[in-house]
Design a protein around this ligand. Structure first.
Ligand code: BGC
Ligand code: NOJ
Length: 815
């Protein structure tokens, strides 16, 4: 069953009924001002940091769901009837409803009582404000007298404090209303230099800034008193809950359309120019007013929207593919790169499942996000790499997260996730392969942001590897620390205290818990760093990294091969995890993916054996589950993984992030049918038809789909902010289609399903454009047998770098 459809030409998903199984959301903003918006206009906005600079309120896990948003109410003053043109919050049954989620914008259109309304929401490039452009049309054959009410509820900045510290916050709220603009200025009197503002392009019939006045006692967003009576209260908030609502009256002739622009913005004044007059406590509006005036102009809005759309066209033009599979094309060309940009910007902070309070930018997460982003925006990737590396510790370890506003490591969660530093090597390598910009390696970068601690970035990478090598366990495998990629495999934590965090609690000393996953990751990182060292003229370093990688591979083969698959870990006591010896959790997906990706067993059959085991034990119609059999009881020696009921999340859910590792591994062993089959199983577009089972948005990946042992097998959760986005883009474009940036050229090494006759693609790479055409005349899942570059046959599959500005034709034939 579907709740809408894709409009590929406009790069939109069109939702045609408002009551989707869950709120289906989209993101606004591309730089500093961000927000989420649901298909019924729910959601919130923030400036840079969703915890520390929250602009509007949203109530997570509310009843009814999705409460708080960018609401517009319309009231037919003739009959007194009122409704929400976005359906929520009044839930009046509309005659027509359509939500179009596009790239960084959402447009919700509806009709009711012969009045059509269309609201376009977006954040213009380089601005710290969002626009709601409302168009109201009278489709009746008589005049219509319509009241428009806007509504936002301001957050008192720190979202955590706002949701808990009521004894203070009920007294601090302050606003100003001037020149038709509502300013939210809580704490501006003291240490804050920023305000939020809510402006409207039309003359106001009234306004409200105190929530209780606007709504009326004991009422919800579904029936605000001001809207019901058709008149604002002109309330000024003193404490309690500052709110923003404008009232505009429109007299519409039959067939007439009027446009009303609302702006919700964030503004920071220089500290010495905060007040006007100085010392008065009144906001100095001289700097912000011109911005407001400009963006209230319909022409500026239209132009800003065009610029936003063009910027997406340009971002997405780095790589375009045309394959025989429509779902793959749609995801690879539009939605998957879009999700990669969003995950890069938001890390794991703001979604329907991430409250914006709990988590900053993950060190591991952000490095992986780069893998799906770097080809679109190398400049921003470079800046992110330097920010991330600045939170690395002098030991080579890393803070697990940092706060985007301060760029400081987050002490609440600390460090000790022993895989973290290795991801930095992969992130930097991806940047170097994409750009060839070796200067980044010489950038001075501090440790833990400490003054005078800087070394060249290259040294950070060395320390990352050293961190692993300094921490090897009894089998020569890396010690796991708090956890590795799997945050829930807490082999040293031994928690038996209810509610204690598995990830931050004091770990038990003295054990030798080892991670096979980190071992595989180390090999990938060491190989990358060897290539980097070689190009820096450090042949000695390069060979020592290669030797370390080889030694690690030896330890895996010797101690982590279980007979038919790779083991997952050794626990605190030295017992195998993910082995046929275990009663539960016999086989895990992560080591099968990462060990094959690192090259182990690709030549001698071990890799295909492991992948056959994945198919036999882990593959389901809804994707590959993380492990089998699920843990049915709590294992204190394993930690959070066994805290989830069977089939959910890390306990045998289809943890989508890991699936592309298997796709890549299948491609590496030359099995294109298997690789693409797995790709298709979790492709959200391909799952659109089963939206009532999948339930999350059909245009983006979810972190998890409930596994085989869950009662709700096939149901997705935690959509949007997941490493699944980057890795699936990598799997389909770089390994199945085989178009990979490498240090010295563009690799063309597709591993296709046998039935594909071929595909074409365009890739912009280091300032040249590659027009790629791959044919598979024999209908096999083989490898490139013949490669023509500019009509000339070349040996191998690496297309050498073309001069800037060149367009190069690349033709490959599969054999
Ligand atoms: C989740 C993990 C997540 C971790 C972050 C756990 O509860 O299951 O997926 O990585 O929290 O701290
Ligand atoms: C989500 C976290 O963001 C990510 O860092 C982790 O690797 C996965 N969960 C698996 O636990």
């Amino acid at each position: 069953m579907r709740y809408g459809h894709f409009d590929d030409t406009r790069r939109e998903y069109v939702i045609t009924r408002p009551d989707t199984p869950l709120p289906w959301i989209n993101y606004l903003g591309t730089d500093a001002f961000f927000g989420i918006i649901s298909n019924t206009a729910g959601g919130y906005s923030c400036y840079r940091d969703a915890r520390l600079r929250r602009i509007t309120r949203y109530r997570y896990n509310s009843v009814p769901p999705d409460s708080g948003g960018r609401y517009v109410y319309l009231r037919d003053n003739g009959s007194g009837q009122y409704w929400s043109p976005s359906w929520q919050p009044t839930q009046r049954k509309l005659d027509h409803y359509e939500c179009r989620h596009g790239l960084s914008y959402t447009q919700i259109a509806s009709a009711y009582l012969g009045v059509r309304a269309e609201t376009l929401y977006f954040v213009p490039l380089d601005e710290t404000l969002e626009i709601w452009r409302l168009r109201v049309s009278n489709e009746r054959d008589t005049p219509a007298d319509i009241s428009v009410f806007s509504s936002v509820e301001f957050c008192l900045w720190d979202a955590q404090d706002d949701a808990t510290n009521f004894q203070r916050n009920y007294s601090t709220g302050e606003v100003e209303v001037a020149g038709g603009v509502i300013y939210h200025k809580t704490e501006y009197r003291e240490r804050r230099d920023h305000v939020a503002y809510f402006a409207c392009s039309e003359p106001l019939a009234g306004f409200d800034t105190q929530r209780a006045a606007f709504l009326g006692a004991y009422r919800g967003w579904d029936r605000p008193a001001a809207v019901e009576r058709g008149e604002s209260f002109n309330s000024i908030a003193h404490g309690w809950s500052p709110h923003g609502s404008h009232h505009v009256r429109l007299s519409l002739a039959p067939g007439e359309t009027r446009e009303v622009v609302f702006l919700l913005g964030y503004w920071e004044n220089p500290r010495d120019q905060k007040f006007d007059p100085p010392g008065s406590g009144v906001i100095n509006k001289a700097l912000v007013r011109p911005v407001i005036d400009r963006w209230l102009q319909p022409a500026t809005v239209a132009e800003g929207f065009d610029r936003l759309r063009e910027s997406w066209t340009s971002l997405l033009s780095t790589l375009r593919v045309d394959t025989p599979d429509g779902d793959a094309n749609r995801m690879a060309n539009i939605w998957n790169p879009y999700q990669c940009v969003v995950t890069f910007e938001m890390s794991r902070s703001v979604s329907l499942f991430e409250s914006g309070i709990g988590r900053g930018m993950g060190f591991r997460d952000s490095n992986q996000d780069l893998l799906g982003f770097v080809h679109m925006a190398p400049g921003r990737s470079r800046a992110r790499i330097l920010d991330l590396a600045s939170t690395q510790l002098a030991t080579g370890g890393a803070y697990h997260q940092f706060q985007p506003l301060t760029k400081r490591g987050n002490n609440d969660i600390g460090s000790g996730f022993n895989d973290d530093p290795l991801w930095l090597v992969l992130g930097v390598a991806a940047y170097l392969k994409e750009t060839g910009d070796a200067s980044i390696l010489d950038e001075p970068v501090p440790y833990d942001n400490a003054e005078d601690s800087a070394t060249a970035l290259y040294v950070h990478l060395e320390r990352s590897l050293r961190y692993t090598l300094d921490r090897l366990g009894p089998h020569g495998l890396p010690l796991i620390g708090r956890a590795d990629w799997n945050d829930c495999l807490n082999l040293n934590c031994f928690s038996d205290t209810p509610g204690e965090s598995f990830q931050t609690t004091v770990n038990k000393d003295g054990g030798g818990a080892e991670s096979v996953f980190i071992a595989g990751l180390f090999i990938l990182a060491a190989k990358d760093l060897a290539e980097i060292a070689e190009r820096r003229g450090l042949a000695g370093d390069a060979s020592s990294y290669r030797a370390a990688a080889e030694k690690m591979a030896g330890s895996i083969v010797e101690h982590a091969w279980d007979g038919a698959w790779f083991r997952r870990a050794y626990d605190y006591f030295g017992n195998a995890v993910g082995s046929s010896e275990n009663a539960e959790g016999q086989i895990f997906v992560e080591p099968q993916g990462i060990c094959v990706m690192s090259g182990i067993g690709v030549q001698n059959g071990m890799a295909t054996r492991a992948l056959d085991s994945v198919r036999e034990h882990l593959a389901t119609a809804h994707g590959i589950v993380l492990l089998r059999p699920a843990y049915t009881r709590y294992h204190v020696e394993l930690g959070e993984i066994s805290s989830y009921p069977p089939g959910y999340k890390e306990n045998a859910g289809v943890f989508c992030h890991t699936n592309p590792w298997v796709m890549i591994a299948e491609a590496m062993v030359g099995r294109g049918d298997a690789a693409f089959d797995y790709y298709k199983r979790i492709n959200p577009s391909a799952r659109e038809e089963i939206a009532e089972i999948h339930r999350c948005e059909p245009y983006v990946y979810a972190q998890m789909i409930a596994g085989k042992e869950a009662p709700t097998h096939g149901e997705a959760k935690n959509s949007w902010l997941t490493g699944t986005a980057a890795w699936n883009l990598v799997a389909i474009t770089q390994w199945i289609l085989g178009i990979r940036a490498e240090f010295d050229g563009l690799r063309i090494d597709p591993v296709l399903p046998a039935e594909w006759p071929g595909f074409t693609a365009t890739r912009r790479f280091r300032d040249a454009t590659y027009e790629i055409s791959v044919r598979n005349p024999a209908g096999v899942s083989g490898r490139v047998g013949h490669l023509l570059v500019g009509g000339e046959s070349i040996a191998g599959t690496l297309v050498p770098l073309a001069p800037p500005g060149a367009t190069v034709n690349v033709e490959a034939v599969i054999r």
